[in-house]
Design a protein around this ligand. Structure first.
Ligand code: PLP
Length: 388
């Protein structure tokens, strides 16, 4: 703490603190890859896939180049294409819908719930009816576990079963979370995650993985991520991608996985403290019964978002807005269908959400400074708690 009582908060997600915790282990692991000469799909890749199946309880882990490809590969494995409708939440990162369009299919935007930020099953049901009316073939649901909390899979699977749809979990933000004691990676037919550096389990570059229990689809995914090559690497059996994980990223992930359980606990403790202290001035995130979050973001909702962002900026507290627009408000996605009645909750959230610093190494002193800054900004003046 400085003399004037301010605390330095170096980053929104402090990756340097994690590096310090790792000491020279990541460096040594990277040098070992350098000296091995096996830079892509080397033994570290096989080992991280093995450890991630053990961590999640999923039968197969197929690593790939990034989280976007993980989603794309799942759609490719399901042969989703032209004329098919894929249901995606409107309040998410753009990659969730991007991959649907890249496959030639049509994204249909579904509204989210204000309390969990995740796909609203009622809006999903209505969107499926709308897609059928418009002549699309409903094929898949991409349920996003936004900010680290699993979506409502019990309801989503019921709806999927009624319409014969495959469920893909966009788990880019939720790797390590649980629902009803089951780990993310086992909540849907496919779970696609990202190892982008700022993700809960992040590498030092791009990386991703798909989890599935289906032996046949797992074989197909192995082929699709590597130019469609067969198991002997000679025949070309599919039109695939170059989406292999490199050994450097796998080596980093192996080191970071050792820290991950303690980091999840620390994130959960920070979220708990934020919740208790900020509840009076803003709408704080809620967990569904039976769910745990890995808190990829700690996102609050307030009527005075822009004022709060300014106060934080002035105090040196980094914040971010995820997301300032719904996907349907982005120019390339404007003309795709939405659930009947539109996306009122998603639009409401885009005007009010703000994310606070969150990572596995947030000290209580730093967090208290963030909390005091938010309290000072929101306690005075007009009511800041977002109306229900
Ligand atoms: C919800 C969601 N889906 C997909 C992705 C894509 O992951 P990547 O950046 O690894 O391609 C991200 C990453 O930001 C994300 O947050």
């Amino acid at each position: 703490m400085s003399k004037d009582g301010t605390v330095s908060i170096p980053a929104f997600i402090d990756l340097a603190a994690q590096r310090r915790q790792m000491g020279d282990r990541a460096g040594k692991a990277l040098i070992a890859v350098l000296e091995s000469g096996q830079y892509v799909l080397g033994p570290q890749v096989t080992e991280i896939e093995r450890q991630l199946t053990a961590f999640t309880g999923a039968k197969h882990c197929i690593s790939c180049a990034n989280g976007t490809d993980a989603l794309l590969l799942a759609l490719m494995a399901e042969r989703v294409g032209v004329g098919d409708a894929v249901f995606v939440p409107a309040f998410t990162f753009v990659a969730t819908a991007e991959v649907v369009v890249l496959q030639g299919a049509t994204p249909v935007f579904v509204d989210v719930r204000r309390d969990t930020f995740n796909m609203d099953p009622e809006s999903l049901d209505a969107a499926i009816g709308e897609a059928k009316k418009r002549g699309f073939k409903p094929r898949a649901i991409v349920a996003v576990d936004l900010f680290g909390q699993p979506a409502d899979y019990a309801r989503i699977h019921e709806i999927a079963a009624a319409h014969d749809l495959v469920v893909i979990d966009d788990a880019a933000q939720s790797f390590g979370a649980t629902l009803d004691c089951k780990k993310v990676g086992t909540l849907a037919a496919y779970s696609a995650t990202s190892f982008y550096p700022s993700k809960p389990l992040g590498a030092y570059g791009d990386g991703g993985a798909i989890f599935t229990d289906d032996d046949v689809k797992a074989e197909l995914l192995l082929s699709l991520r590597n130019h469609g090559k067969g198991p002997d690497q000679k025949e070309t059996e599919e039109i695939g991608l170059n989406s292999r994980l490199d050994s450097f990223q796998a080596a980093v992930l192996l080191e970071k996985l050792k820290l991950f359980p303690a980091e999840i606990k620390a994130r959960q403790a920070s979220a708990e403290r934020y919740g208790v202290k900020l509840r009076a001035v803003a709408k704080v995130p809620e967990l569904m019964a039976g769910a745990s979050s890995v808190w990829a973001q700690y996102t609050i909702v307030t009527e005075r978002r822009d004022e709060l962002a300014k106060a934080c900026r002035e105090a040196g507290v980094p914040t971010a807005v995820h997301y300032a627009q719904t996907l349907h408000q982005l120019a390339p996605y404007r003309d795709y269908p939405t659930a009947p009645g539109g996306l009122p909750q998603s639009e409401w959230l885009t005007d009010r959400v703000i994310s606070l610093p969150m990572h596995g190494y947030l000290s209580e002193e730093a967090q208290d400074f963030v909390i005091d800054t938010v309290l000072d900004a929101l306690r005075s003046g007009a009511s800041s708690v977002a109306a229900e």
